[in-house]
Design a protein around this ligand. Structure first.
Ligand SMILES: Nc1ncnc2c1ncn2[C@@H]1O[C@H](COP(=O)(O)OP(=O)(O)O)[C@@H](O)[C@H]1O
Ligand SMILES: CC(=O)OP(=O)(O)O
Ligand SMILES: [Mg+2]
Length: 402
């Protein structure tokens, strides 16, 4: 029997998303999500997709950490005969958020690779530790199986130095590897390619601005298939306003909080990563709740929304300048794919840049890539659903078969 299945693990700071795929036809055999790891109200939702009906199973109750979460996932898969012991499994593909400058491609994980991912923990403290746990649990369950790391940073390694460097002392920057790495690269790569396809062009023929708006959010400028700029930096804190992260601010805010508000570095870190962004501005990080509150005339929610949109607009303008010629702007991830109000507001008033949204097209819901700009618009505006798991599986399968 040839092994054609790939298990993809996407371990986030408090969640694990996973998919089992058969790479002969990219079919999903099972998908699932563990949420609120470390809380009393953890939840595992597992959906086997083999044999017709997709009956989900839910486990509710405390799951202490990522190790417990991944073991529970392995048990659920085993119940459907899809366990890690299956001879049909070719590899496990892991989303690893920070690969520094070391990793520009998907990489088979050995002790040296794992040590390097570990060394990068200080620059991705919310993400890399969870990724490492995922790798170790999968290794323990199937020591013989190739484990492949697919890095969020990899797609951005083509950024020119002019975009990747901060304007700080070069020696200090080099000694501590301080530069802009960028994240969500698997999504930016996938979505920029899918956008080209939607336009009937090759990736090399188009310049695309990708807006990945999830809980974490980032923008990228993709020129002829290669990333030339992106909004996240040394860590996933820079750039757009996010669910719980501030994005861009004057770095002196940090000195001020330390000196005047007497906050510790760890307190400031928590403030900016977990208590800022939309949650800090209005108490909610879910765009559904924010737009609902706006509908009721809630001014705090409205202001938070306006701040979110203002930042987004600035990046669309900036990346139009960086690219010179823009063929498409693509909205993706939870907010980008679902929040029509965000898409409409982000593009409003940008006619001079060739951008416009057709209200009827924007209101259509669906899982397929689609255009939402009117025919006359110079730049295509599109909704292009991301699929990080499929992209990780594709890259993993290609590597183990090469
Ligand atoms: N129907 C919807 N309308 C508006 N926003 C939505 C909708 N569904 C999801 N979202 C937004 O998407 C976010 C999650 O996006 P996702 O890409 O899954 O994030 P992540 O991968 O970072 O966890 C939610 O926090 C919410 O703000
Ligand atoms: C890198 C990053 O911000 O990822 P996520 O959106 O999954 O938190
Ligand atoms: Mg995400």
């Amino acid at each position: 029997m040839t092994a054609t299945r790939i298990l993809v693990l996407n371990s986030g700071s408090s969640s694990v998303k996973y998919q089992l795929l058969d790479m002969r036809d990219n079919a999903r055999l099972a998908v699932g999500l563990v949420e609120r790891i470390g809380e009393e109200t953890s939840r595992l939702k597992h959906t086997p997709l083999t044999g017709g009906g997709a009956e989900s199973r839910e486990l509710n109750g405390p799951i202490a950490d990522h190790e417990a979460a991944l073991k529970a996932v392995a048990e659920e898969l085993a119940k459907d005969g899809l366990g890690l012991d299956s001879p049909e499994l070719a590899a496990v593909g892991h989303r690893v958020v920070h690969g520094g400058l070391t990793f520009t491609k998907p990489t088979v994980i050995d002790d040296t690779v794992l040590a390097e991912i570990e060394r990068l923990v200080p620059v991705a403290p919310l993400h890399n530790p969870a990724n490492i746990t995922g790798i170790k649990v999968a290794q323990a369950l199937r020591p013989d199986l190739p484990q492949v790391a697919v890095f969020d940073t990899a797609f951005h390694t083509t950024m020119p130095e002019s975009a990747a460097r901060y304007a700080i002392d070069v020696q200090t920057a080099d000694e501590h590897r301080i530069r802009r790495y960028g994240f969500h690269g698997t999504s930016h790569a996938y979505v920029s390619r899918e956008t080209a396809k939607l336009l009937g062009k090759a990736p090399e023929e188009v310049n695309v601005i990708v807006l990945h708006l999830g809980n974490g959010a980032s923008a990228s400028a993709v020129k002829a298939g290669a990333c030339v700029d992106t909004s996240m930096g040394l860590t996933p804190l820079e750039g757009l306003v996010m669910g719980t992260r501030s994005g861009d601010l004057d770095p002196a805010v940090i000195f001020h909080l330390a000196r005047v508000a007497q906050m510790s570095v760890d307190e400031i870190d928590t403030l900016l990563n977990k208590k800022s962004g939309m949650v800090g501005l209005c108490g909610d990080n879910d765009m559904r709740e924010i737009t609902r509150r706006m509908g009721e005339g809630d001014e705090q929610a409205r202001l938070a929304f306006d701040i979110y949109i203002h930042r987004l607009k600035k990046y669309i303008g900036a990346y139009s300048a960086v690219l010179g010629r823009v063929d498409a702007v693509a909205f993706t991830a939870g907010v980008g794919e679902n929040a029509a109000a965000v898409r409409e507001a982000a593009v409003a008033g940008l006619e001079e840049l060739g951008l416009a949204v057709d209200a009827d097209l924007n209101a259509v819901r669906g899982d397929e890539p689609r255009l939402i700009s009117p025919e006359y618009a110079r730049v295509a505006v599109a909704v292009v659903p991301t699929d990080e798991e499929l992209e990780i599986a594709t890259q993993t399968y290609a590597l183990v078969n090469s």
